[in-house]
Design a protein around this ligand. Structure first.
Ligand SMILES: [Ca+2]
Length: 624
């Protein structure tokens, strides 16, 4: 047959081809289900795959670590190995992830409650995902202290449509530990007066132990209860001889112990169960404790966020994990007099308030063994959640993406002599991200990206995965970059990452390049909105500087801030950092409560701004 095509035919053929290609494009761009997993206070060195990428060995510098499930995610996806957090405290770090903004742009620096009624407020990540057509769900710890104003008062504000929060589970006393909002009686015996916020441990057989000096003093029939739990669970509480706080059965901060519950039945185990039950309960409801929750809606793409509590204190790995790690001997970092002497004042203060270098060798071993045992246990839970998520997506024939963020910040295990977080030191700040996609052209399997990346990248990355054009005006407020573009080499290359955190060390900002970490104080006091240019005008000494050459001193021991050989480097880093965090769109807000989140009166809306060096944040820094 002889076919002659005229121009009309050709036009028709072209139209058919365009329609076909559109259809193909549409099929590729079907919105994937997104699972975002975040752990709490997890050091990057708990993950063998990360140690391999950074140090060419599987173990931590301290010794054996185990995480087969996250290692598998690294094999399946792309690891952004040089990712740093914006603030080394739970609340400000999580705010930077959810807002996609640097602390100095959002005005959220510490543990304060904030509201979304200021003129620098924008919808948060899950709200944007909902407007892109997603159902949004969260289970576990959230740590985003958002409120909204109603008739002049700050009221609770839900950012996820479906939220199985730890508070609900705790109020039902389902997990192995928690705090009772109000305790009025124990085993039918009325207390002398109701007590608030009492820590409890709950055994597998249902026995509950309360830990309160006041409880035992006022109600002598319960004397010895805290001691009984202390012995039964082999607890080791934080103590501090420098601050005259001896070890006691009433201390805070469980650094080591055995979980009162078996694996799977702990707080994190319950989060995993809740997530699995959510996925199983298609278009119906399911129960957990006294709560009734909506299951997954199969007509929409899913955005799910699991906030695990592990390995945050109380460090309570289940017995089978603990027993295994108890046999391992770890190398414990030590603090030298020279290091302590050269520390910036802010670092010294933090080390002193959580000093651990005088713990006994046995105590140090225990806190390290249990920390990594807890991480290994949590890894198994992540594996379970990930498997259920992939299985659900495959059953629904939906594409999927997993974003794993290793800790909201890190944690010291006697590095610099301290058991704590909150500083810009590497071990508190380095938190790699893995992105795994069912579409291997997007985040290639087994790829390691070594460019500098930050937590503000999480929001634009997830929004892009969901199909948003994050380069549009609507998203102009986002401070980060799309990790997909960084992987493809089409995003600006960063010479530095920056952050600012005020908790425990006072107002302090940091800048990190491939070779240096530099940090300085940013404010004269904690009152927001006053004297905002203080750091630009004060003396170098008042800035309390810290400078480390991470190339020759990766553990950041020798503070070079006053070393004449580094004078020019320090000067350049100081200028760049302060031009950005003080001068490039800084926002400060007196939220109205306090900076510690003890008072949730988040009614302040006036944004104090400083813009003395606009566009200083341009990704470029030449130190030569
Ligand atoms: Ca944390």
């Amino acid at each position: 047959m002889n076919i002659k095509l005229n121009s009309k035919h050709i036009k028709l053929l072209l139209l058919v081809l365009i329609c076909l290609s559109n259809k193909v494009t549409f099929a590729q761009e079907q919105q994937p289900n997104v699972l975002w997993v975040l752990t709490d206070d997890q050091r990057y060195d708990a993950i063998p795959a990360f140690n391999k990428m950074l140090h060419d060995r599987e173990n931590s510098a301290l010794g054996y670590v185990e995480s087969p499930n996250v290692d598998k995610l690294a094999d399946m996806g792309t690891t952004f190995i040089n990712t740093y957090c914006q603030a080394q405290g739970c609340a400000p770090s999580r705010a930077s992830m959810h807002t996609g903004r640097y602390p100095f742009r959002s005005g959220i620096y510490q543990f304060e409650y904030f509201n979304n009624n200021t003129d620098n407020s924008y919808p948060l990540l899950p709200e944007e995902m909902a407007s892109l057509g997603y159902q949004t769900m969260h289970v576990g710890k959230l740590g985003v202290r958002i409120k909204t104003l109603k008739e002049g008062k700050a009221v609770n504000y839900d950012i996820y449509e479906n939220d199985i929060s730890f508070k609900q589970l705790r109020d039902d006393m389902l997990p192995e530990w928690g705090k009772t909002p109000v305790l009025e009686e124990i085993n039918g015996i009325k207390l002398k007066k109701p007590l608030r916020n009492i820590t409890y441990f709950k055994d597998a057989d249902g026995t509950v132990y309360y830990k309160s000096e006041e409880l035992e003093r006022d109600n002598p029939q319960f004397a010895g209860m805290a001691k009984e739990a202390f012995e039964k669970y082999d607890l080791f509480y934080k103590y501090n001889d420098k601050k005259n706080q001896p070890q006691s059965v009433f201390n805070k901060g469980v650094l080591s112990g055995v979980s009162p519950q078996p694996a799977g039945k702990t707080r994190d185990g319950l989060y995993t169960t809740a997530f699995v039950d959510f996925l199983k309960s298609e278009n119906t409801t399911f129960k957990m404790g006294s709560g009734k929750f909506n299951g997954v809606d199969t007509t929409k793409p899913l955005f799910a966020h699991i906030g695990y509590d592990f390995p945050h204190t109380p460090v309570l790995p289940p017995k089978n994990y603990r027993d295994r790690f108890a046999k391992i001997k770890y190398n414990i970092p030590e603090l030298t007099k020279e290091e302590f002497k050269s520390m910036a004042k802010a670092f010294k203060k933090r080390v002193t308030t959580s000093y651990s270098d005088d713990f006994t060798d046995e105590e140090k071993q225990k806190m390290v063994q249990d920390y990594y045992a807890f991480c290994a246990y949590g890894d198994a839970l992540i594996g379970e959640a990930v498997d259920a998520f992939i299985k659900y997506s495959e059953k629904q024939k939906q594409p999927w993406t997993i974003v794993y963020v290793c800790g909201d910040h890190g944690w010291k295990l006697n590095e610099h002599g301290s058991i704590a977080k909150n500083t810009p030191w590497e071990i508190d700040s380095h938190n790699p991200i893995i992105v795994v996609s069912s579409d291997k052209t997007k985040f290639p399997a087994g790829k390691v990206v070594r460019d500098l990346t930050e937590f503000v990248d999480i929001s634009p990355t997830i929004l892009s995965i969901a199909g948003a054009d994050v380069t549009s005006n609507k998203y102009k407020h986002l401070d980060g970059l799309d990790l997909a573009k960084i992987e493809k080499g089409t995003a600006p290359v960063r010479d530095y990452v920056i952050g600012e955190s005020h908790h425990s060390i006072g107002p302090r900002a940091y800048i990190r390049t491939k070779d240096y970490m530099f940090s300085v104080r940013t404010r004269p006091n904690s009152t927001r909105g006053e004297n905002m240019q203080w750091a630009l005008n004060t003396t170098y000494k008042e800035l309390d500087p810290a400078l480390f050459n991470t190339k020759i001193d990766p553990n950041e021991i020798n503070n070079l801030a006053y070393n004449p050989e580094y004078k020019n480097i320090a000067k350049k880093l100081q200028k760049k950092l302060l031009d950005i965090v003080i001068g490039d769109g800084r926002a400060e807000i007196n939220w109205g409560g306090d900076n510690y989140g003890k008072n949730p009166k988040a009614i302040g809306t006036k944004v104090y701004r400083n813009n003395s060096t606009p566009n200083a944040h341009d990704y470029n820094l030449d130190l030569n």
